[in-house]
Design a protein around this ligand. Structure first.
Ligand code: KIV
Length: 262
């Protein structure tokens, strides 16, 4: 088993699993110092490309961003989202996951869904492709973005699906917007770590979209906390740059090339 995956599994009931998304090298290299897992999420569709849904994200886009992220991630586990319509059956999933693994050199892939994708997950794992699960709100296919675990049948389905995924061999699972008591129950019933986003502190780990955390993405989602406003810092720098260029303060001699004999 991949050593980094083993490390994440060993954190269960001991220490939180720290995860964030990254879409490019420079940000990824900062996150790598503090995260156990860096996810190239297909959330990049809405965050970077302004798509209405992650359905529009292609395999090529995921591969390009993942290649960039790979240059920044050295110590953390790097997971790449399989985009919508790239894993409709075991054969298609294996073909595409192999391409993702080969081209991006990531450690694992993430797939959305429960019972419906069990044969797909099993086939990937049988072929030595580590898989991370994703239950709760499934952005690739969701119609209504409301938290999961309100109704009895929904609760039972999530408890069952998470168990089925664990039995299929996934090493960890994202729980997106799952009701607090239910995420606690799922976390307690599984041996693998649960990673929450909008799913309470009962999960074994936490993930957020980096642009949300640093205030670059103007989102007002309940589960998002803006830890810093990087937008303000960029504004200060850009204003200063504009003023110095207008006032001929920048570029100075220090920033210009000159021949010694001049
Ligand atoms: O696409 C993504 O960024 C994700 C995380 C929010 C879990 O799936």
């Amino acid at each position: 088993m991949n050593k980094k995956i083993k490390k994440i599994l060993n954190k269960k009931n001991k220490s939180k699993v720290i995860c964030l998304t990254a879409y490019s090298k420079n940000v990824a290299s900062i996150l790598d110092k503090y995260c156990d897992l860096v996810l190239v999420g297909d959330s990049l569709g809405s965050v970077l490309y302004n798509y209405k849904s992650t359905k529009e994200v292609t395999l090529k886009t995921m591969i390009n961003h993942s290649k960039s992220v790979r240059h920044g991630v050295k110590k953390s586990l790097m997971v790449v989202d399989m985009p919508y319509n790239t894993y409709r059956n075991p054969k298609e999933a294996l073909k595409n996951a192999k391409i993702v693994m080969k081209k991006t050199k990531c450690d694992a892939v993430k797939l959305e869904g429960g019972k419906k994708i069990i044969s797909i997950v099993k086939n990937l794992i049988k072929n030595k492709i580590p898989v991370m699960g994703h239950l709760g709100i499934l952005p690739q296919t969701e119609k209504k973005f409301i938290f999961k675990g309100k109704k009895r049948d929904e609760i039972n389905k999530l408890l069952k699906d998470s168990k089925l995924l664990e039995e299929a061999g996934i090493f960890s699972i994202v729980l997106e917007c799952v009701e607090t008591k239910l995420s606690k129950k799922i976390t307690q019933q599984l041996k693998i770590p649960t990673i929450g986003i909008g799913s309470s502190a009962y999960c074994d780990g936490q993930v957020l979209v980096i642009d949300d955390l640093i205030g670059l993405n103007k989102t007002k989602l309940k589960f998002v906390k803006k830890f810093v406003d990087v937008g303000k810092v960029i504004q200060i720098a850009v204003k200063k740059y504009r003023s110095e260029v207008l006032n001929k303060k920048f570029p100075s001699f220090k920033h210009s090339f000159r021949n010694k004999f001049n």
